[in-house]
Design a binder for this molecule. Structure first.
Ligand SMILES: [Mg+2]
Length: 225
């Protein structure tokens, strides 16, 4: 029997697995209001989802220095936590995501997550959908360098023992595609998230898919080379 190499599919979370924009925009608005800043539009906030929190905040409020952006990050996290405690966090899975995970699992793929969320946030989100244990590696920006730095990709591959050649990153923003490129890993863009298809292709995505079925096909096709 031919040896089958271990293969790893690493998923971004916000905008790829779950549609979390409403909770993120609400928490960002609460944090900005708390510190007396003008509120950014929902569209502007969606553009920075996936970056480390303090970097995202500096993109939204360029006059804020690094130290203050860390303070605003803490306010954001507290707001998000309060929202979750109050049952106000709505993060539905995108259509067909469970079927994608089932298909890849059946085909023997290992799966991981790499996200700008914190460990606490990621665990809460995945637990909400009973998906925590579907992913063998959980990479977050509070224990690794954030996107587009390749640190989370490298850690995911080290933890699973999978080669870059046999790994693919799946995400909805250019930050995901750039992280993959920086790690020497192929990437698939998803068109249902927060950046445009053309941006993902321009950033170097191998392809961009529009549906969950297309995503399954695109990942499985990568195992044929
Ligand atoms: Mg994302």
């Amino acid at each position: 029997m031919r040896d089958t190499p271990l293969r790893l599919a690493v998923f971004d979370c916000d905008g790829t697995l779950v549609d979390s924009q409403h909770s993120i925009v609400a928490s960002m608005h609460a944090a900005f209001a708390h510190h007396g800043f003008d509120l950014p539009s929902a569209e502007t906030v969606r553009r920075v989802v996936g970056l480390p929190l303090d970097v995202a905040i500096r993109r939204l409020a360029p006059d804020v220095d690094e130290a203050f952006s860390l303070e605003v990050s803490e306010t954001y996290k507290a707001s998000f936590f309060q929202l979750r405690q109050a049952g106000g966090v709505v993060e539905p899975l995108f259509d067909g995501i469970e079927a994608v995970l089932d298909s890849l699992d059946k085909a023997g793929w290992l799966m991981g997550v790499a996200t700008g969320k914190s460990q606490r946030g990621l665990v809460a989100t995945l637990n909400q959908h009973n998906l925590l244990r579907r992913f063998v590696t959980h990479q977050t920006a509070d224990i690794a360098q954030g996107k587009p730095h390749p640190d989370m990709m490298f850690k995911a591959m080290t933890e699973t023992g999978v080669l870059a050649l046999h790994t693919v990153m799946i995400g909805d923003t250019t930050f995901d595609i750039e992280m993959a490129k920086n790690a020497g890993v192929q990437s698939i863009g998803v068109a249902w998230g927060y950046h445009e298809r053309t941006e993902l292709l321009d950033a170097g995505a191998t392809c961009v898919v529009s549906t969950a079925d297309e995503l399954t096909e695109a990942v499985l096709a990568m195992a044929q080379d």
